[in-house]
Design a protein around this ligand. Structure first.
Ligand SMILES: C[S@@+](CC[C@H](N)C(=O)[O-])C[C@H]1O[C@@H](n2cnc3c(N)ncnc32)[C@H](O)[C@@H]1O
Length: 399
């Protein structure tokens, strides 16, 4: 997501329309019922799952615009086709070296990345056997199908939509842009009486944070973090952890028999993520290009995200047999994938288009925009080559 204004939720966020408020009310009722059913509180991961993915009501499952200028945020593929053209160059190297292959994109948004990757690979005579899209949101799946049928009718038959991971193993590339940050996380707090899980309960029928003793996978994860970071979290320190990451990666490992998985997302190494000064974690909500940190506001109408701990991704990947092939920031990755050459090809465009492209490139690559905040990680299985996206600068030592 590109940078948006940061606000307190109750200040001047635009008001949703009546239909949106009715949908939000239905979802709130459903979450409250779940809280009652679970004895008075649910984990933040459960809340996030319902708020984002409850069929027909959750933010990603229901029909709000989400992406683009009239939505809530802008992602890199929405901002500029050049982002996807660079990724296509990376895919071309892999598909070429594997001799054949499939591309599987997880969570494809509006389908912009699929469209621009396929068009670029067609130009390079390197189309994949199939372009699979795993989309858990029925609304987004429909939008992707309309978009691709209209913009690339001649390639439409190559695209296959899945609701779950493919039954058969694939050889090729798995791509996920801004998917990791959408996976549900647990929240924790360090207190003088130990670690607490910050759950969601109800007070006077309103959502409130409720502290309960951290236990199970969450406690194990936090204790491992303190151990690995060789430091104790200060009192009142709040942060997040994805306790399901290993399980999720393992399911992807199970379907990739040979090839490369590429994650692009905002995030840090564990040392930066859990820096003692980052006292309130990285939970953020996006609503109409405003950013705030109140997940109880406009439930189901706003995105909820957390930055990615790339050290955890690398550790989980390593423990299940993936090789961490490369890690770098978005700027180095895009330049490694031939950004400069792609730009040189745009020289014949008129001045207005060139200015527009220059602005897009600035947002994609300037450190204070997406360039440094966004990282790229490649996990490989049965594939040992140096990937072009990491050839300029590989920052695995930072993990
Ligand atoms: C912030 S959007 C990014 C969309 C798109 N990749 C882009 O860059 O514009 C997050 C996407 O991740 C998808 N998603 C979340 N959890 C997922 C999962 N477990 N498997 C596949 N997709 C998932 C959502 O449905 C949504 O399409």
């Amino acid at each position: 997501m590109t940078q948006s204004k940061s606000l307190k939720a109750e200040s001047i966020l635009p008001l949703p329309d009546q239909d949106a408020l009715i949908q939000s009310e239905k979802l709130i009722k459903l979450i409250k019922a779940s809280i009652h059913m679970k004895g008075g509180a649910i984990g933040f991961d459960e809340f996030m799952k319902l708020a984002l993915y409850e069929p027909g009501l959750g933010y990603y499952s229901a029909g709000s615009r989400k992406f683009g200028a009239d939505g809530d945020f802008v992602t890199a593929p929405e901002l500029s086709p050049i982002f996807s053209q660079c990724l296509a160059n990376q895919c071309e190297q892999i598909l070429n070296e594997l001799d054949t292959g499939t591309i599987l994109e997880l969570g494809a948004g509006t389908g912009a990345m699929a469209r621009d990757i396929l068009l670029e690979l067609e130009k390079q005579n390197s189309l994949p056997d199939q372009y699979m899209i795993l989309e858990i949101s029925a609304d987004l799946k429909q939008r992707q199908q309309c978009n691709l049928r209209e913009t690339i009718p001649h390639l439409f038959d190559r695209v296959v939509w899945l609701d779950t991971l493919p039954k058969e193993e694939i050889t090729g590339v798995i791509l996920a842009n801004e998917v990791l940050d959408s996976l549900p996380v647990k929240r924790f707090k360090k207190t003088s009486s130990g670690f607490k899980e910050m759950k969601i309960g109800l007070d006077d029928d309103q959502f409130v944070w409720v502290d309960s003793h951290a236990e199970g996978d969450l406690l194990k994860n936090i204790e491992e973090l303190e151990n690995d970071l060789s430091t104790l979290f200060p009192d009142n320190y709040i942060s997040e952890v994805n306790t399901q990451l290993g399980k999720w990666l393992n399911s992807l490992k199970g379907i990739l028999n040979k090839g490369v998985m590429i994650f692009i997302d905002y995030g840090y190494s564990a040392g930066e993520y859990y820096h003692p000064e980052r006292m309130d974690g990285s939970l953020l909500c996006h609503y109409r290009h405003r950013v705030h940190s109140d997940p109880f506001y406009n439930v189901g109408l706003q995105d909820i995200t957390c930055s990615v701990n790339f050290t955890a991704v690398a550790d989980c990947a390593d423990s299940i047999g993936f090789h961490v092939n490369g890690y770098t920031n978005q700027t180095y990755f895009l330049f490694g994938c031939g950004l400069e050459k792609l730009l040189a090809n745009k020289n014949e465009l008129d001045n207005k288009s060139q200015t527009q492209i220059a602005q897009q490139i600035q947002i994609l690559t300037l450190p204070e925009e997406m360039g440094e905040r966004f990282k790229v990680m490649a996990l490989t299985t049965e594939y040992d080559n140096v990937l072009k996206g990491f050839a300029i600068m590989d920052q695995r030592v930072r993990l």
